[in-house]
Design a protein around this ligand. Sequence first.
Ligand SMILES: [Mg+2]
Length: 396
Amino acid sequence: MAHSSDAWPRVIVHADMDAFYAAVEQHDHPEWRGKPVIVGGPSRRGVVSTASYEARPCGVHSAMPMAVALRRCPQAIVAPPNFERYQEVSGQVMEVFGRFSPAVEPLSLDEAFLDLTGAERLFGPPEEIGRRIKREVREATDGLTVSVGISTTKFVAKVASDLHKPDGLTIVPGDRVAEFLAPLPVSRLWGVGEKTLPELERMGLRTIGDVARADRARLVRDLGALGEHIHRLALADDPRDVEPGRERKSLGSEMTLEEDVVGEAAIRPLLREAAARVARGLRDERLVAGGVRVKLKTHDFRLWTRQATLETPTDNAVELERAAFALLPEFDLRVAMRLVGLAAFRLADPESGQRPLFRDEAHERRRRLDRAVDALHDKFGGEVVKKPPMDTDKHR
Ligand SMILES: [Mg+2]
């Protein structure tokens, strides 16, 4: 074998499609290839989902307000998101991943971890595995590119896949991990966000190497559990396995609004619409939710969430909506809101797991009615509710 088990105790791949939504749009609209394309809600309050690589040099990136993006890149083509289509291409990509390993853990529509430990006899050394994955994805999707990182832990594989995007292939054997991580900025560590970054700066920690050399007791004293977590990551101590059976953790729908809304009467219809979309999503995926979360973003960008668990798990819009309405008194609704969202969590397969002892009859009737309505919509087209300008569904 080409690799000692010292260098490769595990072979973990992180594969991440490049500017996925924008790349799909450029594939479907050949006249957009080579041009800046921004996928996102086209309204004034829309948000950028994905920017093509041609748009990025202008400083356009995802999660940026569309108004800002278009100021920076006025010549960009704006494509409203077409999630059904992205889901279809995602299916092709995941199918390719499945050829390489039974252990595929999708993180979103366009990225996944694969465990290829012991697969070298089948596919060759890691470099060869990476090249094959890239080639087969390109063939299956008629030309889309994927960036691949391969290392011995999830964290390092993920950092590696991101380092040479687009169309990258970065291999980090176990005995090279420390030197690979050392010069990278601390912002690469999972869990280090806008809040922690200045604290680390203040502690004189700028690179992952700095964190690795820092005293763990001091990190814990200053940052609590996060301190221990990032110290472990910096030392590449990340024993987490690829979890193929991992279920989606939440399913949500949210709307960034054209105009701020104030008060319960204005928020209720938006939550109702979100509940309908989420309920339909649950039924499509044959899941029920054991909890509901309401998410509001204030006009000055403060994010407020409240959540509740449900006595009986459900995939019914009215039941989700009722739980969401019950949370509203916990918010200060005199404040103007720019975003209203609802997410279902504690997702489970209704046919397995714990069934409630007593099934509520009205609940059962509503489920049957929902199925009938879904079938009608599938047959005759049209949607239960109008699509909101933005729909995020990335919480897994
Ligand atoms: Mg991606």
